[in-house]
Write a protein that binds this ligand. Structure first.
Ligand code: AMP
Length: 180
């Protein structure tokens, strides 16, 4: 994790969702390949300031894909949002993600959950992530890391979004703490 002096030249704060349900080539298990991806996110312009626990989650929408391992990272960055997306997409490629059909199994999925308290809508980016409020695999780790984070679009706290998602859950979205 980055030190306070490393963070001081990085003006922006973002939460990044990280997940995978396919082990990247060269690794023995998902936890190892995802931990290596977290290391890759850190660079001169990005510092990882915090990380949630890992969660074992079912694919959304429900399918016969293997379970995912997911977490949320708290980062500081000198990048603007689209530069951050470029950086994350390079790491996805490095970990062998092959883009096929939407929601296909993947070795690495990196999403920008939030970027400062900005609401961004461009051709490439919607921030906060548009499906944030319906995804346990984002809301559980986000509420663990930052229960008091407020969604700038809805004005709701992470804890409130998680409780609302739980309230409408039909039991199809598994999300439990990963025990190493
Ligand atoms: P996915 O296959 O679900 O990872 O979606 C990747 C696509 O979503 C990319 O083409 C991005 O440009 C777009 N996208 C829109 N908003 C976001 C976001 N907040 N974080 C990451 N990708 C995003």
């Amino acid at each position: 994790m980055a030190s306070a002096s490393q963070l001081s030249h990085l003006p922006h704060q973002a939460f990044i969702g990280i997940g995978s349900n396919l082990i990247a080539e060269g690794f023995d298990n998902l936890h190892l390949s995802l931990s290596a991806a977290v290391q890759q996110i850190g660079c001169a312009d990005v510092a990882v300031a915090g990380q949630s626990s890992w969660y074992v989650t079912s694919a959304v929408p429900v399918s016969d894909q293997p379970d995912y391992l997911n977490a949320v990272l708290d980062i500081r960055t000198a990048f603007e949002a689209e530069q951050l997306l470029d950086h994350l997409q390079q790491i996805e490629l490095q970990f062998g993600r092959i883009r096929t059909v939407r929601n296909a199994a993947r070795t690495l999925d990196l999403d920008i959950i939030s970027f400062d308290d900005e609401v961004i809508a461009t051709d490439r980016l919607d921030v906060p992530h548009l499906r944030l409020h319906e995804r346990k695999f984002v809301l559980y780790p986000l509420a663990e890391l930052a229960a008091n984070w407020r969604d700038p679009r809805s004005g709701k706290l992470a804890d409130t979004l998680k409780a609302e998602c739980d309230a409408v859950d039909d039991g199809s979205q598994k999300c439990r703490l990963f025990a190493r």
